[in-house]
Design a protein around this ligand. Structure first.
Ligand SMILES: Cc1ncc(COP(=O)(O)O)c(C=O)c1O
Length: 397
């Protein structure tokens, strides 16, 4: 069995990486360790790169079709990993999940309609509807004693009105890394079905469940869920190939499907470029062992952060253990800093680029999101910098 090396530190400069190239614009300086944008600093798997190289060895990059084996391969991956049996004609390519959400917003709502999201949550869930002149309705998650989160159904009843046409779900949840359980999803499906709200389930992190947790596809929990929903998935996060743009949607029920797929086809948004097809096939055919080793490495990184915070920063920085993804939600409220001072601590003292919690909406204040999809040595440096910075500003003696 091949052993993959996640310890290797790879210089990404000169590759137009967002994490590096947009650092100055985002943080005001470019000398930070980049632990923000949600891609990993590991090499994309060798079998994906090899498949791309092989295709690129042919001198013509003309229009291409989706090969017959493509959708059955995707369907098999979903069935084997999540126990969800999907038909191949329920699926279509989409040119990115955020773009797919924008498409769903345009197809299923009109200007002035409302879209419900549950902060703290991945910020494009707010930006995309607002950019399309829809109103965003917050249904903030409820924080539990143990630091995890649950959906607040009483509040959901209160914030809903007849203009609410769409619900955007992060499953597993970014930034808190929650794998929502089937009962919660069923309850949500029932709520939305009764009010005829379409649910967009963004499942981009679904293949990265950690510590024995399991991902539950929203559409798989009940007939109501299948009837009401559009699911987005992709190999992009798991196999670190976000730049290939390899996402797809799954829509089990006829009515929604005709609507959505008709619109995608009319605009040719479902027509995939050549390379994502090649990359996705390689990832889903050959990727299981790599995925397992990567998940194992990420778990060890999470454990490293937990141990570091418990020993060196007790009561100051508390990481929430993610059930999925390579993102760790750090509760920094123990530092008792204002938002500006917290950002200043991380950026100007620790020299780290993390996403600050406020970006994710209400409930994110005092939190930071740390990307641990990095070699362990980089993570060690980052955590040591956090400790030194806290000492430097005099909070830790
Ligand atoms: C929850 C979630 N959805 C979507 C995306 C982006 O997906 P895409 O690049 O396919 O638009 C991200 C990336 O961070 C994400 O975390």
């Amino acid at each position: 069995m091949e052993h993959y090396d996640f310890d290797q530190v790879i210089d990404r400069s000169g590759t137009n990486a967002v994490k590096l190239e947009q650092m100055r614009e985002q943080f005001g300086r470019s000398d930070l360790l980049g632990m923000w944008v949600a891609d990993m600093d590991f090499a994309t798997p060798p079998f994906v790169l090899e498949a791309l190289r092989c295709r690129l060895s042919h001198p013509i990059l003309g229009y291409s079709v989706v090969p017959d084996e493509f959708w059955p391969t995707v369907a098999r991956w979903i069935q084997e990993h999540h126990g969800w049996k999907v038909e191949t004609d329920w699926m279509r390519y989409v040119p990115g999940i955020v773009k797919g959400i924008g498409m769903a917003v345009n197809v299923f709502t009109s200007a002035g309609d409302k879209v419900i999201v549950q902060p703290p949550v991945y910020h494009p869930f707010r930006l995309v509807p607002e950019g399309n002149r829809r109103q965003v309705v917050w249904n903030p998650l409820r924080r539990c004693e143990d630091g995890t989160y649950e959906m607040d159904f009483d509040q959901l009843e209160r914030v809903w009105d007849e203009r609410c046409k769409l619900f955007i779900l992060s499953n597993p949840h970014n930034p808190a890394g929650i794998c929502w359980d089937a009962d919660t999803l069923r309850r949500l499906a029932h709520f939305c079905a009764e009010r005829n709200m379409v649910v967009v389930s963004d499942e981009i992190h679904c293949d990265m469940a950690l510590f024995g947790c399991r991902h539950t596809p929203f559409a798989s929990v009940s007939d109501e869920a299948a009837r009401q929903s559009i699911t987005f998935q992709a190999p992009s996060k798991t196999f670190n190939m976000a730049g290939l743009v390899s996402s797809y949607c799954v829509v089990p029920k006829d009515e929604l499907r005709q609507n959505f797929f008709g619109w995608l086809a009319a605009n040719e948004f479902d027509y995939p470029p050549t390379l994502p097809i090649v990359g996705t096939l390689a990832a889903y055919r050959e990727g299981e062992e790599w995925r397992r080793q990567m998940v194992h490495y990420i778990q060890q990184n999470v454990e490293f952060v937990e141990a570091f915070c418990a020993q060196r920063l007790p009561a100051l920085v508390r990481p929430l253990r993610p059930q999925a993804s390579f993102l760790v939600w750090l509760d920094c409220r123990g530092l008792q800093l204002s938002h500006a001072a917290l950002v200043d601590l991380f950026v100007n003292h620790a020299r780290l680029a993390l996403n600050d919690g406020e970006m994710f909406g209400p409930g994110g204040e005092g939190f930071m999101r740390l990307n641990v999809g990095v070699p362990r040595s980089v993570l060690q440096t980052a955590m040591q910098r956090v400790e030194s910075a806290i000492r430097h500003v005099g909070i830790l003696k």
